[in-house]
Design a protein around this ligand. Structure first.
Ligand code: FES
Length: 147
């Protein structure tokens, strides 16, 4: 797999790859985002449900096609994301993913390891950017309303 580390962590990664958690689709998610690793074309699609105040991730499901590290990382990340604050997801970085996996990732495989994290973060960013655009447009509409 191109990774080093203790057997326990390697077993855990293999287990998540073979029996991924939180797979499938969520009906009526707050947003869906699909991302791919441009180097290989492997892909992850994530459905996310946010709490009513949009500050917390309530539920996440994913489906994907890719190497063991990308899919195991997606499975492990979806477990961590349930109940996580949106701000905490935004603050995650590569080191958090390496810690989560518990193994040394060769530079070649870092893109595999962080694919799911990138999909979740890009999805959140796009969702809130679109909300901002909608808000701005609504405000513009209000401004243009003749008195
Ligand atoms: Fe494609 Fe790992 S080889 S994500």
């Amino acid at each position: 797999m191109g990774i080093g580390g203790s057997d326990m962590y390697r077993q855990q990664i293999l287990d998540h790859y073979k029996n991924p958690r939180n797979t499938g689709e969520i009906e009526d998610p707050t947003f869906t985002h699909v991302g791919e690793n441009p180097m290989c074309g492997d892909e992850i699609r994530m459905d996310v449900v946010l709490s009513e105040d949009e500050e917390t991730i309530e539920h996440v499901a994913f489906r994907g096609d890719g190497c063991a590290i990308s899919q195991a990382s997606a499975s492990m990340l979806t477990e961590e994301l349930q109940g996580m604050a949106v701000a905490d997801l935004r603050a995650m970085d590569r080191d958090d993913i390496v810690d989560m996996l518990g193994v040394d990732i060769s530079p070649m495989r870092v893109k595999c390891a962080v694919l799911a994290e990138k999909v979740a973060q890009d999805g959140v960013d796009i969702y809130f950017d679109e909300l901002d655009i909608e808000k701005t447009m609504t405000e513009d509409d209000d401004a243009e309303t003749p008195e």
